[in-house]
Design a binder for this molecule. Structure first.
Ligand code: SAM
Length: 321
């Protein structure tokens, strides 16, 4: 049997207020058979829908629809690009020295002092990235890619995902701008008993000569930390690294109404204490794909950033020629 207290609790929890008067409470007590039916009634009320769902949808819509044009400088001279890479290298090498696991997955449990007891969770989490890749490949009828195929992982960090990619592919080339991260990645993959991954510290934006075309390029939660001109250059490089029929799975933030980028101003600013966040508008990604003979198989918004006013997308492209 429903009680008066339950009516008050349900109003507070679901509508964020007290029942308007005693008569309303009495009405619920008379007509609702129990607590569940009271909650159902409140959840389907116009007030609940207006108050909570409208707010939630407004958040989603405001990311997508009323967005104005944004000013994003995405093409600069090669010398400027290298200055940008130097900043990225400085930031990530510092993070790799001080808090490498937290720099990859920014949760308190992966801070240095908490890592030992959470290490297993951290290392196992990379497996779900590879499962994610395989689901995207399967539903787009691309592949399967396995032991007869090669993979590049760009921005491999501590090797969290590399270890699982190495289990799937014949060989993996893992690149990262931070030598401390690469050191941890190499150790981790060797500890797992795998010897088919090689590691390259990115020293410049010119493609390392040792990297040859591959079947799969994989890059998640990396490009967002690079200014738009660097994202553009890397995305084009990834496409160029694909063999015909090869695929690239990339995650890139592509829009925020509050983002602008000006190269000169960016280089004049001091480095932030943590890491930077940037984006590259979708139209440029599509243009680069076309230039490198890649076609889009699928694009979906993702939650890699967790910021409501930024849009991040995951793309799957395939090389046609
Ligand atoms: C957030 S961590 C993600 C690591 C890895 N992708 C993972 O999911 O475990 C970002 C990594 O990208 C690397 N990175 C960022 N910008 C890069 C660039 N321009 N070239 C190479 N590595 C880069 C950083 O050094 C860092 O290891």
């Amino acid at each position: 049997m429903l009680t008066e207290d339950q009516v008050v609790v349900a109003y507070r929890a679901l509508l964020g207020r007290e029942p308007e008067n005693q008569e309303i409470v009495a009405n619920w007590l008379r007509h609702a058979p129990g607590f569940e039916s009271l909650c159902r009634g409140l959840l389907s009320s116009e007030e609940f829908l207006q108050k909570f769902l409208a707010e939630r949808f407004a958040g989603i819509m405001s990311r997508l629809e009323p967005g104005p044009p944004i000013s994003v400088e995405w093409q600069v001279e090669p010398g400027i690009l290298e200055q940008m890479l130097e900043r990225i290298k400085e930031t990530w090498s510092r993070l790799g020295e001080t808090d490498p696991f937290w720099s990859v997955l920014s949760a308190e449990r992966f801070r240095g002092e908490n890592f030992a007891e959470n290490a297993q969770i951290y290392w196992n989490s990379g497996r779900s990235d590879v499962e994610f890749l395989n689901r995207w490949l399967a539903r787009n009828h691309a592949g399967p890619f396995g032991k007869a195929h090669s993979c590049i992982e760009y921005g491999c960090g501590t090797g969290r995902v590399t270890r699982w990619l190495a289990e799937q592919f014949s060989h993996v080339t893992a690149l990262d701008v931070s030598a401390p991260h690469i050191g941890l990645a190499r150790d981790h993959v060797l500890r797992a008993g795998l010897s088919n991954a090689r590691f390259i510290v990115v020293e410049s934006l010119a493609p390392p000569p040792a990297v040859e075309p591959v079947d799969v390029v994989f890059c998640r939660i990396v490009l967002q930390h690079n200014p738009p001109p660097v994202i553009a250059l890397l995305v084009e490089q990834f496409f160029a690294w694909l063999k015909p029929g090869g695929v690239a799975l990339l995650q890139v933030p592509t829009y925020s109404a509050r983002y602008t980028f000006d190269a000169r101003q960016y280089l004049a600013e001091p480095l932030p204490p943590g890491f930077e966040m940037h984006l590259l508008p979708q139209q440029h990604i599509f243009a680069l794909a076309e230039k490198q003979h890649c076609r889009l198989l699928e694009v979906e918004p993702d939650d890699c950033l967790g910021w409501h006013d930024w849009i991040s997308n995951t793309f799957l492209f395939q090389k046609t020629g």
